[in-house]
Ligand binder design. Structure first.
Ligand code: F6R
Length: 240
């Protein structure tokens, strides 16, 4: 695991976008695993700038997102599908059919999860998985206590997450009770992992990456088992 401390959020975003652009240039039909949340927004902004400057072409790129609320309609403003359209997809020349987000409306979520993993395998696997991290070290919706061996699965949201996300919905009752998330095994199957960490509230989570322990109570520590992980963190996250 290579941990780089950069000056600020902008520096993290620019560096992350450069890494992603290099992957796309090296393999124009690469498979990217993408994340939502506030952290990657700056990276997506930089990718859009690079696309507009003619520096990168997404025409053949395929993407698979980490997670989606369940139940959740794709056109709901709080859906992760909507997030991806707003923050990246509609601004670049990616082909809509090549973008994938777990289906928050699936009648049989277990079957949908199996199909999602099979589709990733069928696409040749993830060339790069972009990640953010929760204050508690969660990755995707793999919360403390997560299994190292899980593939994509349906998981209940913790009380904390429901409370934290209630502000985005008109009432706490509207917050979905579950999410579909790639499991740690799906994530660790990516050839390359890029984890972004920004802000002082992520300080404790970042510190957990420096020691040599793997602890299911901090799922991000599972990433230490992977041979090609780059962590880009800003000074706020480093100093706390
Ligand atoms: C996003 C995701 C989450 C976020 C994490 C950090 O797809 O799965 O694990 O990466 O909650 O969120 P932000 O970036 O909003 O601090």
């Amino acid at each position: 695991m290579l941990i780089r401390i950069l000056k600020d959020y902008d520096a993290v975003s620019a560096y992350a976008a450069d890494i992603i652009t290099e992957v796309v240039k090296g393999n124009p039909s690469c498979v990217l695993g993408l994340a939502t949340g506030s952290t990657p927004i700056g990276t997506y902004r930089k990718l859009i700038e690079e696309y507009r400057a003619g520096e990168v072409d997404f025409a053949q790129v395929r993407t698979y997102n980490l997670d989606e609320y369940y139940p959740m309609a794709p056109d709901h403003v709080q859906s992760y599908r909507h997030f991806m359209e707003e923050h990246l997809f509609r601004h670049i020349n990616i082909v809509s059919e090549n973008t994938h987000v777990p289906d928050g409306t699936a009648e049989n979520p277990a079957a949908m999860c199996r199909d999602y993993d099979a589709a990733i395998r069928g696409a040749g696997g993830l060339d790069l998985q972009l990640l953010g991290i929760g204050r508690n070290g969660h990755i995707g919706f793999n919360e403390p206590g997560a299994s190292l061996f899980a593939s994509t699965h349906l998981t209940p949201l913790t009380e904390n997450t429901i409370e934290a996300n209630a502000r985005f919905f008109s009432s706490p009752k509207e917050v979905p009770t579950h999410a579909v998330t790639m499991g740690m095994a799906s994530i660790l199957g990516a050839r390359k992992i890029l984890l972004l960490i920004s802000g002082k509230d992520k300080h404790e989570a970042l510190l957990r990456l420096y020691d040599d322990t793997v602890d299911p109570q901090c799922p991000a520590t599972f990433l230490k088992l992977h041979p090609d992980v780059t962590v880009l963190a800003d000074e706020e996250a480093y100093h706390g």
